[in-house]
Design a protein around this ligand. Structure first.
Ligand code: B12
Ligand code: SF4
Length: 401
């Protein structure tokens, strides 16, 4: 079989909830031509019955352990409708092959995975829904070998949703990567900032930026999310200062729409983010994704605006997907948009930079600050109101026999 000029025997797709509609549309084109489609990732794992209607095989869980079987079954034209990753095999010896990315226009950053899963259980989070309490980490030596083989000048993004899962292994990783003199970015929780030893080692091993889920300034909201500890032992200000003192910039992440939020929450939160001098930030409407505690609760409370917003041709990126308690859905959509556009206004990009000269007047940090703000400013405009997928109706037709 060929797709354009390339031979295609099997299509394998990673499907996230935001990309599900488009993935189903693309799959239909291949299936009509008799090419089997396999789907895996968050959305198929959390909603296998829906996904099964649009592909030939659904993979639940991680690919490691099950991928060779899938390839062999596809070669013998006997794909099973469902495969399950084998969580017990661990991640030792798993080294990504990046040749597939060669000569393509991907961002100049190396994505590296240390571990999967998170020790916490925020009610909106797909990571917890996917992995439960399970945390799997790769051997530190494997990660170091992978990092050593990567282009040196590129920053590394550790894609773990919470790099701070286990203190001893994180410390081992930090000590092991220090000699590599990398510049790296990670996602983690604010409790790293209460641990000066950890912070020092992060900074010494090249951490430039950390994505931190602040989520909300309201303690009641944090209790609802399952993240009350976020504000334990002092407010955010001290933690932010400790990270900044060590040259670690912050990407602050906030969600709006929890029960304690009202129309004036947006401005207060943006003022806080500007004052804190975050390098970048995102302000998203709380969005119920499949199999999360949030989704179950909102469904029980009859507050969902769509049965499945990700399939709805009317749903747009940035839209509220449920009825909040303290405002209308439209106020939630507009408030998030206002928060984003205010934060990335040119005058505010300059203001954040100038208010923290000791942090940002440093060549590598200044370059990252400028580049990430310009990209984010462009992206928020490009994405706001974008539809998921295109006009094509979703088709569940099976492959021709
Ligand atoms: C890097 C990243 C990004 C990057 C790049 C995304 C990309 N497509 O490469 C950027 C910053 C652009 C991004 C953006 C967004 N992201 Co994002 N992102 C991630 C992140 C942190 C890492 C992804 C990764 O590389 N993981 C490591 C690999 C090894 O794991 P994996 O992808 O799960 O794959 C394994 C299994 O799932 C399975 N598998 C996956 N695909 C397939 C396919 C087949 C065929 C098989 C057999 C198996 C299989 O096997 C793999 C290996 O074991 C994840 C969280 C996470 N830690 O995974 C969030 C995550 C995927 N993002 C998420 C979201 C919500 C978004 C945004 C919508 C955020 C927003 N509001 O704007 C946007 C838009 C995304 C879009 N596609 O339009 C959610 C998705 C939730 C969901 N239910 O779908 C996640 C899970 C974060 C979260 N905490 O909820 N993201
Ligand atoms: S801390 Fe982050 S990754 Fe962990 S459960 Fe909460 S939102 Fe998910």
């Amino acid at each position: 079989m060929t797709s354009g000029s390339r031979p295609v025997d099997l299509v394998a797709m990673t499907v996230e909830t935001y990309t599900a509609r488009r993935a189903y549309q693309i799959a239909a084109h291949y299936r009509r031509r008799g090419i089997p489609v396999v789907m895996g990732g968050y959305h198929p794992t959390l909603l296998p019955d829906e996904v099964a209607r649009y592909c030939d095989s659904v993979v639940i869980g991680d690919a490691e352990g099950v991928w060779p079987t899938i390839l062999s079954d596809a070669a013998h034209r006997r794909l099973a409708p469902v495969y399950r990753g084998d969580a017990s095999i661990g991640l030792g010896g798993v080294l990504p092959d990046r040749r597939v990315f060669a000569n393509r226009r991907y961002a100049p950053v190396s994505l590296v995975n240390f571990g999967r899963g998170c020790r916490l259980a925020c009610d909106f989070c797909s990571i917890h829904a996917f992995y439960g309490k399970r945390i799997v980490q790769r051997p530190v030596d494997d990660v170091v070998a992978e990092l050593e083989a990567l282009p040196r000048r590129r920053p590394v993004f550790f894609v773990d949703d919470n790099l701070f899962s286990d203190r001893p292994t994180l410390l081992r990783l930090l000590d092991a990567i220090r000699p590599l003199r990398l510049r790296w970015v990670c996602q983690t929780t604010i409790d790293v900032a209460r641990d000066p030893v950890l912070l020092d080692r992060m900074a010494a091993s090249g951490c430039m930026l950390a994505v931190i889920g602040f989520e909300s300034l309201s303690e009641r909201n944090l209790a609802r999310i399952g993240k009350k500890w976020n504000l334990r032992r002092g407010d955010y200000t001290e933690g932010i200062a400790r990270m900044h003192e060590r040259g670690i910039m912050i990407y602050g992440s906030f969600v709006f729409g929890y029960d304690d939020d009202t129309p004036d929450t947006f401005d207060r939160t943006v003022d806080f983010a500007l004052e804190a001098g975050f390098c970048i930030a995102n302000f998203n409407p709380l969005t119920p994704t499949p199999a999360t505690a949030l989704m179950h609760r909102l469904r029980e409370e009859n507050r969902l605006l769509h049965d499945a917003w990700w399939l709805d041709p009317e749903f747009r990126y940035g839209d509220a997907a449920f009825v909040p308690r303290g405002m209308t859905p439209d106020q939630l959509t507009q408030g998030c948009w206002r928060a984003r556009s205010t934060f990335y206004r040119a005058s505010n990009i300059a203001r954040r930079f100038c208010a923290h000269p000791s942090l940002y007047l440093h060549p590598a940090r200044a370059a990252l600050y400028l580049a990430s703000n310009l990209v984010s400013q462009r992206e928020i405009h490009r994405k706001q109101g974008a539809r998921l997928g295109n006009d094509e109706p979703l088709s569940v037709e099976a492959m021709p026999a």
